[in-house]
Design a protein around this ligand. Structure first.
Ligand SMILES: [Zn+2]
Length: 233
């Protein structure tokens, strides 16, 4: 856990989560963070207790279970495992094998990944496996292999990155397991990972690359995002 930076969702975001006013992709990444972070679980419990909720007055653990079931019902589109997947996968996914060991996924992410993950190799040692969750967000597992680096980029909207295993760094610091990192349109960054890193990322708009050859792909990137959204709706 990163102690120098605030790597947790804000109270404002947790409040929206309690009120159910966030896109499902955000709910999934928040639910996963709550599984990994006791501090935020406590804050969530306090906010939830303060909120008048007709659908549940149970303890946080019970709410988390209910929510996982809800999310599993929402995630319907099957994903197909590619023949040349770079990472060994079990057909029923509760773990992802990387960095010479297996990492057990938070329950909500295991459900999201349960129909199989199709890993695609991107430039710079980055691997991406998209998960279709809703039409407002683009959700994906990102595996940065050891020594990898993403192109310098900026976001048109928000990007939430939940570190699951390993670590990555940018100009602001180093992020480790359970860290919840939010980037918005004012942030330009270039994540690098020395030891390798498995993340779950939620974007609410396509990336805009600002440096080097990757800039050439910006129109395509936006087109692909629209296409993905169109296929989901
Ligand atoms: Zn937290």
């Amino acid at each position: 856990m990163n102690i120098d930076l605030d790597c947790h969702p804000t109270t404002e975001i947790l409040n929206k989560y309690v009120q159910g006013s966030l896109p499902t992709g955000w709910n999934v990444v928040l639910s996963a963070h709550l599984e990994l972070c006791q501090k935020c679980r406590h804050e969530y419990g306090d906010l939830e207790s303060a909120e008048v909720l007709s659908w549940s007055k149970g303890p946080v653990e019970e709410v988390a279970n209910d929510f996982s079931d809800l999310v599993s019902n929402i995630i319907q589109q099957p994903q197909h495992a590619a023949a040349d997947t770079p990472l060994p996968q079990e057909s029923s996914i509760t773990e992802i094998h990387m960095l010479d060991h297996s990492f057990t996924l938070p329950r909500v992410l295991a459900k999201a990944a349960n129909d199989g993950l199709e890993w695609k190799k991107l430039a710079g040692g980055i691997n991406q496996a998209k998960v279709n969750i809703d039409t407002e967000t683009q959700c994906e597992f990102i595996y940065m292999s050891p020594g990898s680096q993403t192109p310098m980029h900026r976001h048109q909207g928000n990007e939430i990155t939940l570190v699951l295993d390993g670590s990555f760094s940018d100009a602001s610091g180093t992020y480790e397991a359970a860290d919840f990192v939010i980037r918005n349109s004012e942030d330009e960054h270039q994540p690098v990972s020395e030891e390798g890193c498995l993340c779950f990322a939620v974007l609410d708009s396509p990336l805009t690359f600002t440096q080097g050859l990757a800039r050439l792909f910006n129109p395509i990137n936006r087109f692909k995002f629209r296409k993905t959204i169109a296929h989901q709706s």
